[in-house]
Ligand binder design. Structure first.
Ligand code: ADP
Ligand code: ZN
Length: 624
């Protein structure tokens, strides 16, 4: 329920940053963006997840007169966002279809009376004459278009309602607009600027590096067990997200984890809306829960302490992969992005693309996205460097020290001859016999296996039969994957059959040497703490606070206190304080309110509300 809240009356951006949010300094380009928007300029902001986009519009909304209108597709999260702002003393409200009429009226009245700093609305709402007339009755300080990549028609999150947002500019030409996204290939950026009529806006592009995330891509052999090993050995008791392609796989793995003592919940579009909302709310509120989900889950989830994101299937694009993995470690503490992938993934995705309803251009586009993802998986160079150069950012060091390739450099070997053997098998089947088969058949032929299918088609009479017995089946699968990743081979059709491409000839004629990743047993990755690299500016997150031994009980006591307050108020724990803030408090073990107020993340409102309780908890758990 809303109670009248006095305005914060902040004078400058820095004042808002220090007093309301409790942060000592702007991060990266935040300060420039905020000043630009306060001065009335339009902005297009590209920043990775966790980079700190929200402050870029929240602070100008506090400083400029009127209400900042935030357009966000994430209806289910608006309540939490508004709760978090209210805890900071910010007067925030939302309008969306989940409200009843009374709630709505109240928010509308607050807006018209000028009693809101921020108003969140869904894009479909903005299209209605009712909401547009309402907005005309109040003062708008700015429009913030969150998740702006939703306007990109070939993107993975396209929302038709976003296309109408160009009308903001026409209807309210004097109100500054700031569009924000974490998806930022140069093509997407241009599409956003054009479609939202933001071509005159100033562009702010942050470094996309997320140094605290350790990227790892492993071969998939027994995915359930591999996942369980990862969670048990490195993420016991942690909160994380496991992405699966299909609903069935989501259900299966959620049960599997639960049976193995790891609390997990399913999330996919096949569950009814109430179950989905309940599972999401539990994930946000409880510690140590694992969400097993399709990609329907996660956009805008700003839970800061997600410690791992695991993919059990190949993502459809590098953009999608980067966005999904980006949900890990928003608080800047070390986190893992782990992906298990195998040949079957490629075949399956190809099948989905070929069988999709889209036109030829759409399929070509999807195919290109898949190829880029494959290239990342099969890469023998630093994953981070690959990712960043994909996003047009070449200024990074060639090794990051915090990805599987840097930690355990894969051995490479000259795979040119095996590649030729494989391609000539496909060639013989295709050209001599007019047949197309999946990878399994070619591998059986090469390794000289007389399976029923081999004898039935008399493939044991081919000259290539048995010429590849020197490699194991797993190695052959690796050869196929790497040929696919390089575009020297393709899969097509319902059965995922292998076919030659325009580039196969280069390998067959010996014009190309192919260095391949050696298939190794699961590498044991060392854990380096994030944020330790020098170099690239615009750092996504502050380095984690290392907790001295003596502060651990204080941290645990604070966590317990936070849990009970969050429960009492019905909000996620991070709305009270983030883990990173609790750690900093524990490390400092303050005795006075003044001391507590110096901790990053402790603003004025939280100090007043929770300060004494925090000091009591610290005193109880502290030494002596
Ligand atoms: P994004 O929307 O870009 O994913 P958020 O706006 O949610 O990122 O910010 C990520 C985290 O970083 C949040 O916990 C936020 O409170 C914190 N944060 C943002 N800006 C600063 C800053 N200048 N100093 C300290 N913490 C910050
Ligand atoms: Zn690396």
């Amino acid at each position: 329920m809303t109670s009248p809240v006095p305005p914060l009356s902040v004078s400058t951006a820095t004042d808002a940053l220090n007093r309301v949010f409790g942060y000592p300094a702007f991060r990266g380009q935040q300060g420039d963006i905020v000043e630009h928007v306060i001065a009335g300029g339009d902005a297009l902001v590209l920043m990775p997840t966790g980079g700190g986009k929200s402050l870029c519009y929240q602070i100008p909304a506090l400083v400029r007169p009127g209400t900042g209108v935030v357009i966000s597709p994430l209806i289910a999260l608006m309540q939490d966002q508004v709760d978090a702002l209210r805890t900071l003393g910010v007067r925030a409200g939302f309008l969306n279809s989940t409200q009843d009429l009374d709630e709505r009226r109240l928010v509308e009245a607050e807006f018209v009376a000028g009693e809101l700093d921020l108003l969140y609305v869904a894009p479909e709402g903005l299209g209605t004459p009712g909401v547009q007339r309402l907005l005309d009755r109040g003062t708008i300080s700015l429009f913030a278009i969150d998740e702006a990549h939703c306007v990109a028609q070939w993107g993975h999150d396209f929302r038709p309602d976003y296309l109408n947002l160009s009308m903001l500019h026409e209807r309210w030409p004097d109100v500054p607009r700031i569009a924000l996204t974490a998806t930022a290939t140069p093509a997407t950026r241009d599409e956003i600027a054009t479609r939202l009529q933001l071509t005159g806006a100033r562009h702010f592009t942050a470094s996309f590096d997320r140094p605290n995330i350790q990227y790892r891509i492993v071969g998939k052999n027994a995915p359930s067990k591999q996942l369980l090993d990862l969670l048990r050995s490195e993420h016991a008791g942690h909160c994380g997200i496991v992405y699966c392609l299909s609903r069935a796989s989501v259900e299966k793995h959620a049960s599997f984890l639960t049976e193995n003592g790891i609390p997990a919940l399913p999330y996919h579009a096949g569950l009814d809306a109430r179950t989905r909302a309940a599972n999401q709310a539990r994930f946000l509120r409880e510690d140590g829960l694992v969400m097993v989900a399709t990609i329907a889950f996660g956009m805008g989830i700003d839970k800061p302490d997600v410690r791992f994101v695991a993919h059990l299937d190949l993502p459809k694009s590098v953009e999608g992969y980067y966005q999904e993995t980006g949900r890990a470690g928003r608080d800047g503490l070390p986190s893992t992005a782990w992906l298990a992938y195998g040949l079957q993934d490629v075949v399956q995705q190809r099948k989905m693309i070929d069988g999709s309803d889209g036109d030829a251009a759409h399929r070509r586009n999807a195919g290109r996205h898949l190829d880029a993802m494959l290239a990342l998986c099969e890469s023998v160079t630093c994953r981070r460097e690959q990712l960043l150069s994909y996003f047009g950012q070449q200024d990074t060091a060639p090794t990051c020290g915090n990805c599987d390739v840097c930690l355990n450099p894969p051995e490479s070997w000259d795979g040119t001859v095996p590649a030729q053997k494989l391609l000539s098998t496909v060639f013989r089947l295709q050209k001599e016999r007019g047949q197309k088969f999946g990878a399994g058949q070619s591998i059986d032929i090469l390794t000289g296996k007389r399976t029923d299918k081999v004898t039935q088609f008399r493939h044991d009479e081919l000259t290539v039969f048995g010429i590849g017995a020197d490699l194991r089946e797993a190695e052959w699968r690796g050869v196929v994957r790497q040929l696919l990743a390089g575009g020297f081979l393709a899969v097509e059709g319902e059965y995922g059959t292998l076919v030659l491409t325009d580039r196969s000839g280069e390998v067959l004629r010996g014009e190309r040497k192919l260095m391949m990743r050696r298939e190794t047993a699961a590498p044991k990755a060392g854990r380096s703490s994030g944020g330790s690299r020098g170099g690239s500016g615009g750092r996504a997150a502050a380095p984690p606070v290392d907790l001295p031994e003596a502060a651990v009980p204080v941290f645990e006591r604070l966590r317990a206190w936070r849990g009970s307050v969050a429960k009492e108020q019905g909000v996620p724990a991070y709305v009270i304080f983030h883990d990173a803030t609790l750690r900093a408090i524990a490390a400092l073990s303050p005795r006075t309110m003044d001391e507590l107020g110096t901790v990053s993340g402790v603003g004025q409102s939280k100090l007043t509300k929770f300060g004494q309780q925090v000091l009591d908890a610290v005193a109880e758990a502290g030494p002596e």
